[in-house]
Design a binder for this molecule. Structure first.
Ligand code: B12
Length: 192
C-alpha cells in the first residue's frame, strides 16, 4: 500500500512501489505522472532506483529470485507504456551504427534494451545481439556490420571477465578498423 509520506511526492511513491513489488500501484503511478506530462526519462530513473533497492533486498535475503523476476516484469510493463512516448519525443537524424549485446554469462537485458530504445530514437542504427553474447560473436558481427561503436552491457561482476576478453579479442583480431572502434561498457555496477 502507498505510504502516507509518499502521497505528495510522486517520485518517492514510484520508487517505493517498485521496491515493494506493488505492480498495479507502480503502473498507476506511471500513468498518473504521464498525465501531468512528466519526463519519461525521470520515470525510468525512478524505476531503476526501485530496482536497485529490490537488488539490495535480495542481497539481504528479504527477497528471493522471484523478487528479481517480478521487478524485471514490472519494469518491462513500464517500458511498454513509455516506449511509444519516448519514440515520439526523442528523435534525431541518422547518427551512426552501434553493435550492442550483453556480455557472455549474463542475461540481464533491461538496461541494454533501454539504451537501444534511446539510441534508436536519436537516429542510431542498433544491431542488437541479445544476451549471453560470447566474445567470438561480438567479433564476427563487428566484422560483418562494421559499426561506429560497440557497446557491451553487463550487470554481474562475473561478466567483467568476458567483457575484458571481448575487448582483447576485438583489438587482437588483426583488423585495424575493428581494433580502432570505440567500445563502451555499461550496467548498474559499473562506474566511469
Ligand atoms: C531485474 C534483475 C534480474 C532479472 C533480469 C531480467 C532482465 N530481463 O534483464 C533476472 C531475474 C533474470 C535476474 C537474474 C539474476 N540476477 Co539480477 N538483478 C535484477 C535487478 C533487480 C535489476 C536490473 C535492472 O534491470 N535494472 C534497471 C536497468 C534500467 O538498469 P541497468 O541495467 O543498470 O542499465 C542502465 C545503465 O546501466 C545503462 N546501461 C546498461 N547497459 C549498458 C550498456 C552500455 C554500452 C551503456 C552505455 C549503458 C548501459 O542503461 C540503463 C539506463 O537506462 C538488479 C539490481 C540492480 N542493482 O541492478 C539485479 C542484479 C544485477 N542481479 C543479481 C544477481 C545475483 C542475479 C542472479 C545471479 C540471481 C540468481 N541467483 O540466479 C541471476 C543472474 C542470471 C544471469 N546469468 O545473468 C545481482 C548481481 C550481483 C553481482 N555483483 O554480480 C544484482 C545487482 C542484485 C543484487 N544486488 O544482488 N536479475
Amino acid at each position: 500500500m502507498m505510504q502516507a509520506s509518499n502521497q505528495n511526492d510522486p517520485r518517492r511513491a514510484l520508487i517505493h512501489s517498485v521496491a515493494d513489488l506493488e505492480e498495479q500501484e507502480a503502473l498507476a503511478l506511471v500513468q498518473a505522472r504521464l498525465e501531468v506530462k512528466d519526463n519519461p526519462l525521470s520515470i525510468i530513473e525512478d524505476c531503476q532506483e526501485g530496482l536497485r533497492q529490490v537488488g539490495e533486498r535480495y542481497e539481504r535475503q528479504e527477497y528471493y529470485l522471484s523478487g528479481l523476476i517480478m521487478a524485471g516484469e514490472i519494469f518491462r510493463e513500464v517500458m511498454e507504456i513509455l516506449a511509444p512516448i519516448i519514440k515520439v519525443q526523442f528523435t534525431g537524424n541518422e547518427s551512426g551504427t552501434i553493435l550492442l549485446g550483453t556480455a557472455q554469462g549474463d542475461i540481464h537485458d533491461i538496461g541494454k534494451n533501454n539504451l537501444s530504445l534511446l539510441l534508436t530514437g536519436y537516429g542510431f542504427t542498433v544491431y542488437d545481439l541479445g544476451v549471453d553474447v560470447p566474445p567470438e560473436k561480438f567479433l564476427s558481427e563487428a566484422l560483418e556490420t562494421r559499426p561506429d561503436i560497440i557497446g557491451i552491457s553487463g550487470l554481474l561482476t562475473g561478466s567483467y571477465d568476458s567483457m575484458r576478453a571481448t575487448v582483447s579479442l576485438l583489438k587482437a583480431a588483426g583488423d585495424p578498423q575493428i581494433a580502432a572502434t570505440p567500445v563502451i561498457i555499461g550496467g548498474n555496477q559499473l562506474n566511469e
